[in-house]
Design a protein around this ligand. Structure first.
Ligand code: FAD
Length: 417
């Protein structure tokens, strides 16, 4: 039985940074919008990310030559990658496709597509936050990539050339320049790239909650419910069957992060959306000061100054959505935290694990359903979902209004699978 008589123009599934950004951008264009999530806003993957607004993220992890590095990454007990033996056969198709996508021609197309989405990402965040009384959570800042020395930096030249070719600008800091900027960094690291036009979110969960509060103050509705199925009437999606009611829908935006796979399979097709499980530890009262986020290039993890301390986030583990977190990964984060900041105090901390929604070509799905003109997709933002939230919201609002989107969305279509 339908229990919501007052049908909104648009129903958004998912109250993470992507779903809430879609809801706000649709609301801004005059739509009535309801967001449905089984959790409170910002409590999925958007809760625990590293908080970096990474406009430099046009370079996917699978750079040309990546396949040769995989065995070394997996054998390193402090390394950034793990595929449990019991999960290998399930990760294999995704992994092979991921590696196939690292060939140079494909890599360049992916980088171009990501670059088109990342334009002015920090500015878009600052604007969305300031329009919604959430400005306190978004900061402009440099973003550092930290290296032991210049030779170590030169080893990453493919990635830096690819960024430069797409308009990413930066300065190089050596020795004193680096240690004056971030005095807590270990003397073992003497070279850094300082990226321009970047920023960070000092509490990703509170940012999403503040945006959601603003959405509700402006007349939006949020329903906390677990969506179990989709109702079809005369062959068209007409409602969301939740654990307690059926919610009738007009237009539908699927922004359910890694959990979007099930909904997309019902509406269009099964696509290889995989969780890249990632971890953070957040150290309270660390006894040191960090001014800007730092990517520790060797360990592929980020240290970010947060409202309540310093967050170390990163690492990739393949595994089931409902498998328990792997304690070993938090130990790896502690190991790197102490390598980076020898004076850090780690007595008080919290731990977290979340699911990056990742497709093997490193691109999200943003666009209209193949089968249903009233269904839109906004998921699969892998390592970049925080950064890309506001722009994805703008693009979805343009699509719902039948406008020409500001970016060519062909590379992000669900039809590519
Ligand atoms: C360790 C780590 C570090 C990261 N660092 C960064 C970073 O520095 N910068 C960056 O840009 N990105 C980063 N990311 C990636 C980023 O966090 C994600 O891409 C982003 O949070 C995805 O947002 P989302 O809104 O798509 O998904 P989510 O935040 O996961 O939201 C999806 C929501 O859908 C809801 N949902 C799903 N299924 C249902 C259902 N059936 N019924 C009801 N509700 C449902 C869920 O409850 C959830 O709240 C990081 C990720 C990790 C794991």
């Amino acid at each position: 039985m339908d229990t919501q008589r007052n049908i909104s123009d648009v129903t958004v599934v998912g109250a993470g940074i992507v779903g809430i950004s879609c809801a706000l951008q649709l609301q801004k264009k005059g739509h009535s919008v309801i967001v449905v999530d089984k959790l409170a806003p910002g409590e999925g993957t958007s809760f625990g990310n590293a908080g970096v607004l990474a406009e430099c993220g046009c370079v996917p992890v699978n750079l040309p030559g990546f396949a040769w590095k995989v065995p070394g990454l997996m054998l390193d007990s402090h390394g950034p990658l793990s595929i449990p033996f019991s999960y290998m056969h399930r990760a294999a198709p995704w992994g092979l496709s991921f590696m196939w996508n690292s060939r140079t021609s494909k890599f360049n197309r992916v980088a171009d597509a990501l670059s088109s989405l990342l334009q002015n990402a920090t500015q878009r965040h600052l604007q969305q936050a300031s329009e919604n009384n959430a400005g306190q959570w978004v900061q402009s800042s440099p973003y550092y990539y930290l290296y032991r020395d210049e030779a170590n930096f030169r080893d990453d030249s493919v990635a830096w050339n690819a960024r430069e070719n797409r308009g990413i600008t930066y300065d190089l800091l050596q020795d004193e320049q680096l240690h004056n900027a971030e005095p807590a960094v270990s003397g073992q690291f003497n070279f850094a790239v300082s990226l321009h036009n970047h920023g960070y979110v000092s509490n990703p969960e509170k940012l999403v909650k503040a945006l959601a509060d603003s959405f509700v103050r402006k007349g939006g509705r949020i329903l906390q419910a677990d969506i179990r199925d989709i109702r079809f009437t005369d062959g068209q999606p007409s409602g969301l069957i939740t654990h307690k009611e059926t919610l009738p829908i007009n237009s539908l935006v699927v922004a359910a992060g890694v959990w979007s796979r099930k909904l997309a399979a019902k509406l269009d097709r099964d696509i290889p959306l995989q969780s890249e499980r990632g971890y953070h530890i957040e150290i309270k009262d660390p006894g040191i000061t960090l001014h800007s986020p730092i990517m520790f290039a060797d360990g592929k993890l980020v240290a970010t100054p947060m409202e309540n301390g310093i967050r170390f986030a990163g690492l990739v583990e393949f595994g089931d959505l409902d498998a328990e977190p792997n304690e070993d990964f938090c130990h790896r984060l502690f190991y790197h935290a102490k390598r980076l900041f020898p004076e850090i105090k780690t007595d008080s901390y919290s731990e977290w694990m979340g699911h990056r929604p990742s497709l093997p070509d490193s691109l999200p799905v943003i666009g209209r359903s193949e089968n249903y003109s009233n269904v839109f997709y906004a998921f699969g933002h892998q390592h970049m979902g925080l950064t890309l939230g506001p722009h994805t919201g703008e693009l979805i609002a343009q699509l719902v209004d039948g406008e020409q989107p500001g970016v060519d969305l062909t590379p992000f279509s669900i039809s590519r699978f």
